[in-house]
Ligand binder design. Structure first.
Ligand code: 2P0
Length: 402
């Protein structure tokens, strides 16, 4: 290694959030550019609880592009990874040729090392590709001095990743153009807009999902007439209603639309041929529990949504969090000697009235839920300033391996 190797290394570390859709994306009209058949809308979750951290470094001494994910070297030649790298390098070159003095002088021509890790289990089925590609694109953009509209690049890594480029409440407009230039994410409201809104992730199972989203939605587009109806006739109206519920902080409207949209997404999975099942028995029990809880209070106090897996994500308001967690504990008694059941934002325990548990009236299912992550809406991707937090060492290799 040459003497000046250390000095020639440029390193940047960033973090990016997970997002959970309340109007779901399911189906592409262009597989390569990742253009969706409908617009979607999500809440960006707080990075204190769930985040991806990525370090990217470039040096004229690197011989090839390389990537390490959660401690293990991975294949850099995956088409979506290559799309993101190619796009950011193209934007960096363009900025340089446009004469921008802030553009990195030569970085775009150097090889890049990337190291990325999640602070949550990938196998828990939490949108890791969204946070992962958002973090990759954001970090590469900082490394090579590119800014501007980056959700269009993140989208080419994974559709849902474009929504993780912003904090708070984010819509992904499907766009109309064939080149995808208008298929971008846009912040509807910042994370500070609705401070009482809370998110509980009920981790049902740590198994990997049976059918991946990419393959699943492709089969749905090919075979489900319901999906076409949803995209053409249902989602456009729901996007408008959802944006207005968020702007007015109308939880009843927000919660009802969220549940209906999750149910319709899973109905399109059932309508796919052969059918796709993401919900399991525990998921269906959570759905029942939420409806019985809301019915008892004659008010929509909690809402569920499910992605391409059995975990439930619950949206509610701060004043109902403690009681609802107690309800979950009552009907899904956790393992007593196991790991911490409630993680994330602290919640003080409350006692349940017998009237409430009787009204819900379900048989408890021990260990149905392994743990709960308690969180809220949060900001978009961030640069990590502390150099001790870089995942790559001065030699450009991962500091620690799993
Ligand atoms: C969503 N999901 O809106 C929906 C709801 C899962 C269910 O976005 O092929 O991993 O990489 O574009 O983004 C999962 O799809 O799929 C997803 P690709 P992605 O959050």
């Amino acid at each position: 290694m040459p003497e000046d190797n250390v000095q020639s290394l440029t390193v940047v570390t960033c973090t990016a959030p997970v997002n959970i859709a309340v109007i779901k994306y399911w189906g592409k009209r262009d597989e390569d550019l990742i253009l969706p058949i409908n617009s979607s809308l999500s809440v960006t979750l707080h990075q204190d609880q769930l985040k991806t951290t990525t370090t990217a470094a470039c040096s004229r001494y690197f011989k090839e592009d390389r990537i390490w994910l959660n401690g293990k070297e991975d294949n850099i030649n995956q088409p979506r990874l290559q799309s993101c790298l190619r796009e950011i390098r193209r934007l960096a070159r363009k900025r340089r040729s446009d004469g921008d003095p802030n553009a990195d002088a030569l970085g775009y021509s150097y090889k890049i090392h990337i190291c990325s890790e999640n602070n949550f289990p990938t196998a828990a089925g939490l949108a890791s590709s969204a946070a992962g590609y958002a973090c990759l694109v954001y970090t590469l953009s900082r490394l090579l001095g590119v800014d501007g509209e980056l959700s269009e690049v993140a989208r080419q890594g994974s559709g849902s990743a474009c929504r993780s480029m912003y904090g708070g409440f984010v819509q992904w407009r499907m766009g109309e153009q064939e080149d995808g230039k208008d298929s971008v994410a846009e912040q509807v409201e910042a994370e500070t807009h609705w401070p009482e809104l809370r998110v509980l992730i009920l981790v049902v199972s740590a198994e990997r999902k049976p059918v991946g989203s990419t393959a699943g939605m492709q089969t749905s587009v090919e075979t489900s007439a319901l999906l076409k109806h949803r995209a053409d006739s249902v989602v456009p109206g729901r996007m408008e209603e959802m944006i207005s519920a968020i702007r007015q902080r109308d939880f009843a409207a927000f919660g009802e639309l969220t549940m209906k949209d999750s149910n319709q997404f899973h109905a399109t999975c059932m309508d796919t041929y052969p059918p796709i099942f993401y919900l399991n028995d525990v998921s269906r029990r959570v759905i029942n529990l939420v409806h019985r809880y809301n019915h008892h209070y004659r008010e929509t106090r909690v809402a569920y949504t499910f992605d391409a897996g059995p975990n439930a994500v619950i949206y509610t308001l701060q004043q109902h969090v403690a009681e609802f967690i107690q309800v979950v504990k009552h009907f899904f008694p956790p393992e007593t000697n196991g790991e911490q059941f409630l993680r994330g934002l602290p919640v003080s325990p409350v006692s349940l009235s017998e009237e409430l548990t009787r009204a819900i009236g379900m048989d408890p299912l021990p260990k149905g839920i392994s743990y709960i992550i308690s969180t809220k809406a949060g900001p978009g991707p961030r640069v990590v300033e502390d150099p001790s937090l870089h995942l790559l060492g001065p030699d450009g290799l991962p500091k620690k391996s799993a």
